[in-house]
Design a protein. Structure first.
Lengths: 164, 62
């Protein structure tokens, strides 16, 4: 249903004005939601992984890294070695999170496919663009479903609030 | 002698306005560039490496 709403919004927007301009607006709005969702997901993954090995963890800014962040252990236990039980718990956390994280990367791949088509930027690619947007919306819903299935707070619904 | 009529003026004016609108639209398209979403895989691997370091009693990135 949400996929259909996304496509309808895109088609209405595309018909209402310049196809390219609307494609950029829709795609960038979706990208903002996707980036916020994946960033929140990874921050929770960092905290859950650190919690599994018995410490408090948080993502902190680190300009020296390509991703710009670091998953940091905090508290008095930050520098001790994990016990075997904690290491086993960490493996369980990673297994539980893997489907959602795999789907999050699939969403990014789908978003980049949309961007490639939107960059081509003419009505001749309109059909392909709509199909790519449908793939993106489906991939995003699969991510939310995987998160819910693993008991992970699901990323927000795909927003098109910026459509003009 | 062809006189310059008001119809010519309107035609030229419309052509100029159209050209200006086209230029403005192209300019807007350039200003609002398409953005790629940030990759998840690299950040996930980085988190795993940081957590592995912590599990071995090391600081992240050490």
């Amino acid at each position: 249903m949400r996929t259909l709403a996304l496509l309808c919004a895109f088609l209405v927007a595309a018909c209402a004005g310049s196809f390219r301009r609307q494609a950029i607006a829709v795609t960038n709005t979706a990208t903002t939601t996707i980036d916020a969702g994946t960033t929140a997901l990874l921050a929770q993954y960092c905290a859950a992984s650190m919690r599994a090995i018995g410490r408090e963890g948080a993502q902190v800014a680190d300009a020296s890294r390509p991703a710009g962040v670091r998953c940091e252990a905090r508290g008095p236990d930050a520098t001790r070695t994990a016990t075997p039980d904690e290491s086993a718990a960490l493996e369980r956390v990673r297994a539980a999170w893997a489907p959602a994280l795999d789907r999050a990367q699939a969403v990014v791949d789908a978003q980049r496919a949309v961007v490639r088509l939107a960059r081509a930027g003419d009505e001749a690619h309109g059909g392909e663009l709509v199909a790519a947007l449908a793939t993106l919306a489906t991939a995003y819903e699969a991510l939310r479903e995987a998160a819910r299935g693993a008991g992970i707070p699901a990323p927000p619904a795909l927003s098109l609030g910026g459509v003009r | 002698v062809n006189e310059f009529s008001w119809r010519d003026a309107v035609s030229i004016g419309m052509a100029v306005v159209s050209a200006l609108l086209d230029a403005a639209e192209r300019g807007c398209s350039r200003d609002e560039a398409l953005r790629d979403a940030a990759a998840v895989l690299d950040r996930r691997r980085q988190i795993d490496a940081d957590v592995d370091a912590a599990a071995h009693g090391r600081k992240a990135g050490a």
